[in-house]
Design a binder for this molecule. Structure first.
Ligand code: PLP
Length: 401
């Protein structure tokens, strides 16, 4: 019998990253700034690399993607009580960033392909008067980002992209994070670069970059940032931006930098596993997988599928038996939040009743993580279990939810 891979295994820390981190530890200089004329070190280097990678003028390294999302909202002018649009398929840190900024979430529907529903966006934007959309590229599924860019222009909405699951993904060769006024990335261990915690905000906008740098807690040392707006822009914001201490530590930057060089190899590895398992599930009875448009180049470190004919009881039986068979399946339709699961019914201030279709879709939506380094037999063994367990769960009587 094949030993199944641990689906929760995070991306490995490359030996170069350990060497750089150890060298840094020996200096003790783990804070990114130095009063006596530092050069910005690893954090500044990471910002320059990240700006190049995403094709943006500025990158600001912070302590998490949740912080980056909050800073983006704040810098985009969101004030307490303001409505902010967000797609209903996302994770807790996104409504959490709205909560942090005091914003009122306005949920927008998703399609069966798990992406933002543009028609509902138009309706909800007009009804709410919201001026900002925080779009999560949840689980790496991209909507038509060119069409969205035009629509946001039409509706005078500023787009903030949550790229926690889309580092390395692009639409018509344009990287995610470069379509909106700001893009936010995560280095939390379950994402594409693993430093435990960490985040980056990217933007082309002088004023957003200046506010993010100052709010992140740059003291008067922003000259040491990797990408900084002109002095007169910094001076304009200096007295208006409180120091929130959301900086990235130099140690995190040291761990992240060597991983960026491995990103394309990682993406190829993840996509090979994803595509192999997805191809099997697409053939199997009862499974529905999202369509992926040709304009989308994904970086799929997880896999999503629906079992739309299943009742709540059958879904519960499916998830339990898959786990018992060694495949840790997650379920977006779960009633009480569990682990990292999250759905509109779980977020403070959000009204799940505004997005009935998203709730129906998520009721039978499942998810598995894909660790790096899976072999073809590993993928086949996982697909076998996911399919066999569906046959068993199908026989469970339709129990009341
Ligand atoms: C993890 C995650 C975030 C937040 O990232 P942190 O770095 O943990 O704050 C935001 N959005 C989504 C979709 C995520 O999965």
């Amino acid at each position: 019998m094949t030993v199944l891979p641990d689906l929760g295994r995070p991306p490995d820390i490359p030996p170069e990253a350990m060497a750089t981190a150890t060298a840094l530890l020996e200096t003790g200089r783990l804070h990114r700034y130095a009063e006596a004329g530092g050069s910005g070190g690893m954090a500044a280097e990471l910002e320059r690399r990240f700006a190049r990678l995403t094709g943006r003028r500025y990158a600001v390294a912070v302590n998490s993607c949740g912080s980056a999302l909050f800073l983006a909202l704040k810098a985009a002018g969101v004030r307490p009580g303001d409505p902010v649009l967000m797609n209903a398929f996302t994770l807790g840190p996104v409504p959490g960033a709205l909560d942090h900024a005091g914003a009122r979430p306005v949920l927008v529907e998703i399609t069966e392909d798990l992406v933002l529903d543009m028609a509902d966006l138009r309706t909800k934007a007009q009804a709410s008067g919201a001026r900002v959309l925080m779009l999560s590229h949840m689980r790496g599924h991209l909507c038509d980002l060119e069409e969205l860019h035009r629509l946001c222009g039409d509706l005078s909405i500023a787009l903030i992209e949550d790229c926690a699951h889309s580092l390395g993904a692009s639409w018509n060769s344009q990287p995610t994070g470069s379509f909106g006024v700001a893009g936010c990335f995560s280095f939390q261990s379950g994402k594409h670069v693993n430093t435990g915690e960490g985040g980056v905000l990217v933007t082309d906008d002088d004023d957003i970059a200046a506010q993010a740098i100052l709010h992140s807690g740059s003291y008067m040392l922003h000259g040491q940032n990797g990408t900084v707006p002109p002095a007169e822009v910094m001076a304009r914001w200096q007295g208006f931006c409180g120091n929130y201490s959301m900086r990235m530590s130099a140690l995190v930057a040291a761990l992240a930098l060597p991983q960026l060089g491995k990103l394309s190899a990682r993406v190829a590895d993840w996509n090979a596993s994803h595509d192999r398992i997805a191809a099997r599930l697409r053939q199997a009875e009862g499974f529905v997988l999202p369509n992926r448009p040709t304009a989308e180049a994904y970086a799929q470190s997880s896999l999503q599928f629906r079992l739309p004919a299943f009742s709540h009881g059958q879904m519960r039986a499916y998830v339990d038996s898959a786990r018992a068979a060694g495949v840790w399946v997650k379920w977006f339709g779960i009633s009480a939040p569990e682990g990292y699961s999250s759905n509109p019914g779980h977020w403070p201030g959000a009204r799940a009743s505004d997005v009935p279709r998203a709730c129906t879709i998520q009721a039978t939506l499942c998810d598995i993580r894909l660790p790096l380094g899976m072999t073809a037999p590993d993928c086949d063994a996982i697909a076998d279990i996911l399919i066999a367990v569906a046959d068993t769960a199908r026989k469970v009587k339709h129990a009341p939810a």
